[in-house]
Structures are given as structure tokens and as C-alpha cells.
Design a protein around this ligand. Sequence first.
Ligand code: C2E
Ligand code: MG
Ligand code: MG
Length: 539
Amino acid sequence: MTNFNGEICLINPVAEKITGWCRQKARYMTLPHVLPLESLESSGPIFDTTTLNTSKIVANLRQVLTKSDGSECPIELSANVIKSERDELVVITFREISQQLEYEERIRQSTFYDDLTGLPNRALFINRLESAINKRKRGFEDHFAVVFLDLDEFGAINEGLGHETGDKLLNDIAARIAMTVRPDDTISRFSGDIFAILLGTVDSAAGAIEACRRIQIAIERPITLGSTTLNISASAGVVFNQNSYDIAEEMIRDADTALHRAKDGSKGSYVIFDSGMYRQAVRFIERKMSMQQAMQDGAFEVYYQPIVDVKTEKLISMEALVRWNHPLEGPISPAEFIPIAEKTGLILPLGEFVLRSVCEQIREWDKVGFGNFRVAVNLSARQFENNIPQLVRGIIEETGISPESLAFEITEGIAMKNVDQNIRMLDELRALGLSISIDDFGTGYSSLAYLKRFPLNTLKIDRSFIKDITENEDDREITKAIIAMGQNLRLHVLAEGVETTEQVEFLRASGCDFIQGYYYARPLPPGQIIPYLDQQDLV
Ligand code: C2E
Ligand code: MG
Ligand code: MG
């Protein structure tokens, strides 16, 4: 406690202990003598003890105190004025905060640094990126870039060799990255096995790619952990900032998009983000959302394309092809939305919708005495992962159609994945009475040895071979070879995408069984099918 002249009236035992001054000596000394203070941070506030007045009231101000023995300690101090009748006094209370500062530092560390590698974590990375973006907005000249790195097959290593090895590996990788970039670049463990690097100054996108490649090459050098030597690679997404970013989140989003692209490619590849990618990503999300809406609104419809027997020129079957009539954009091609439905899992409800619509349609046609053909439904890989025979059995029962009027088309890609399981499922479907075609044949890579084991009825030669069949000798030879092979395997052969008389003639002469294409008919809405067939005399 001091008077307004700053002379000490009283110090208590704790203050004696902290300052190192005893009560008798301190008394009547001025405050700056007993309590010499400096600010805690370099440009922080200082509590001026030379003059004291009511404006000096402070609370919890952090200062560094120099004790009587010359050593320093951090304190937190408050000052209050007490007015008595005779005098005005200032009471200064303070406590030592070394331990508290230590705790705070530890908390700061775990808030901003990764425990495992000691690298900045996601929060600090975002923080630094935000500063870089702001600096640039204020006119700072340098360009900068963000690199996202994801270790290839880290999950497998972690599981195979144990988490301890996985942790060591992450530490080693962190060290390698640190040796490759400049000291003022920020390396962060962003999450799991994803590292994010902020390249503080790069002159061009090419410079960013070079830096990225250097890091990737450093990671690819064999890593020895205990008795194992590992060959690791990392995929990378790179974003170069040219003024276009306002907030860190956008740049991180784009780095992530580019990284996903790189992951789709071969191991250890990189992709540099461009705005086209962003537009595509946005489009993907929009499509995904509007497809979910379309499912609810019933905006999907099934069209049917006749398939004709080459010899008799009569309808033999039809292919069910889904259509999406977008309320604003008009019809959208299944070539565009089926892949999205597959990626998002929407193919499961959509596929079920198609199957149910087809079965209901078959029943309708059957009722009007028009049921002497099969309808083929396209199946995608995702549907195959679920128990498709069970679904089919259910819908057939529900609609009461004959399984002989239903067929499935699968692509080579599906057929060749999980071969044994798929053969079992196809056998089940065949046992029900369904027929199976291989779609787009010749574009995938089926092993002919496997093909023999599949319970197939028909090979559909892909449209890409049929397209140029009249001009291109190679395509003609391939088509003839597929037909011959199909006949040897006792399969029917169907050519899709047939548009001209010349194509029909060639296919007929080569022994092709069935034809599908605009030559006979485009895919038609169900209501137009019977009138069309009547008119063309195809039934
Ligand atoms: P796909 O199964 O190979 O179907 C044949 C595609 O060729 C259809 O395209 C059809 O309209 C088109 N096409 C038929 N004849 C001709 C022709 O003479 N000339 C030309 N240029 N094209 C012809 P679409 O309807 O656009 O379907 C594209 C693909 O989308 C289909 O190829 C199929 O893989 C997939 N798809 C369609 N509906 C479904 C479905 O319900 N489920 C699944 N999983 N996929 C479907
Ligand atoms: Mg098909
Ligand atoms: Mg096809």
C-alpha cells in the first residue's frame, strides 16, 4: 500500500517474499524502488509506478518484476485506490504467475501444435494461411502456394506394421519435408496422414510444382524403421495463389479437391488446381443434390430401346435406359449422372427405381397381350455389392411378372471384380430364369479365361467398334473376332449403336445375332413403344 506520493506504507509477508524486500526496509521507499516493472511482452503495456493517481487503476496486468536480488519473475498485478478521510491510498496486489504461464504455453502448444510430430496443426496452419492471404491483400508482392500431401496406402502400413511404426513413419516424413522446404515455410500435420505446406514465397505455379516434386522425391527415398525398409509415396494437391483467394478456407478446399484428383491417379502423383476443377466440383455437388431432389420428385423415367433379331427382323428384347428430365436444364444424359449416382451411392435407390418401373411396365404390357420379349436392365457395380438376387426376387414377387421377361446387363469391369462372389450371384439370377449380357464388350479388360466361367447369355459389342465399321478395317476385324468368339462360347452376340444400312449388312454377313440402335429405334418412352412397333412391323 502506498500513499499518493508513491511511498510505501505497508507490504505484507507474501509481497516481502516475492519482492525480496523486508517490511522495515521497504517502508518509506518509493514504489519504483521496491517494485521495478517491465512489460511481459516486448511492446506490451508498462505499469508506471513513478506517479500514482486514480487513473492508475488496473486489473490483472502482466508484468515482469525484478526482485531485490536482481532475478526476474512474471507477476500479475492489480491496483486500486482507497479514499480515506485523511488520505488517498493505492493498494497494489500481485501474484507470481510463472507456473500459470507455463500451463498456458502448454495449452497453446496443444492447441496449435501436433503432439506427435510437434508440427503446427490445422488451426495454426489456417492461421498462417489467413495471414498470408491478408498480407497479399494489403499489397505485399509475393505469391504463395499451398501443397496438400497424403501418404499413399498409409492405412495399410498402420494396420500391417502397427500404430507405433505408423507414428514413427509420420515423424520421419515430417522431418524429410522440413529438410526440403525453406525455414519460413509452414509445414503442418493437417490431419491423419495429410500434411499441409504453406510455401511462403513462390514466383509461379511452376515454382510451386517444383517444390512439391522435391518433397515427393524426398518422401520416396526408402525409409528404414527398425528391421523394415519401406517405400512410401505421397499424392499431392497444389494450389497457387494469384490474388484470387479471400479466405483460407477457399484455398484449403481447392487444395483438397486437387489432392483428391491426384489420389484418383497413380501413386505419388500431383495435381495442380485450376478453376475448371472447382467448377466441376461445384457441379458435382449441385448434381448430387438435385438428383436427390429428383428422386423425390419422380423426375426419373425409364425409356425403352428395341433390340431386333437380324435374321427375322422381329423384336427380341428391349433395353431399359433411365432418363432424367431436369426441370430447368432439360434432359440430362445418363452418361453424366450415372457416374455421379455411383460415386454418391444414389445408384442404389435409383437402380431399384429402374428395376421396379421395368417390372411394372412388363406387367402392363403383359396385360395387353404384349409380352413375348425380355427387358434388359443395366446394373452397376455398387448394386452388385449389395445382395442383388434378393432384391430381384422381391420385386418379381411384388409385381408378379415372369423372371423370363427380365434380363441384366453388366459391364466387364463388374464381372472381373470379386469374380467368385459375382459368379455366385449371377448363377442365382440365372437360376431364377433371368438372362445376363456383358455390356460394352471390348472396352474393358476381361480375362477370357474368366469369361468362360461366367453364366452369360449375350455379348454386347460396344458402340465404339460399330461406329466406324464401314471405314475402319481394324474395327471390322475386331467385330468379326468378337462374333466368332461369342459363337464359340455359345453366346448370342448383339451389336449396339447401329445406325446405318451398311452397318446392318456387315453385321448380318458376319453372323451377328441381334441389333440395337437408331437404325431401328431410339430409346422411347413406354407410351410410344407399342404404336412404334406396330407401325414398323417389328412384332
Ligand atoms: P449402355 O448400356 O451401353 O446403353 C447404350 C447407350 O447407347 C444408350 O445411351 C443409348 O441411348 C445409346 N444408343 C443406342 N443406340 C444408339 C445409336 O444408334 N447411336 C448412338 N449414338 N447411341 C445409341 P444412354 O441412354 O445415354 O445411356 C448411357 C449409359 O448410361 C448406358 O450405356 C448405361 O451404361 C448407363 N445407363 C443408362 N440407364 C441406366 C440404368 O438404369 N442403370 C445403370 N446402372 N446404368 C444406366
Ligand atoms: Mg446397356
Ligand atoms: Mg452398352
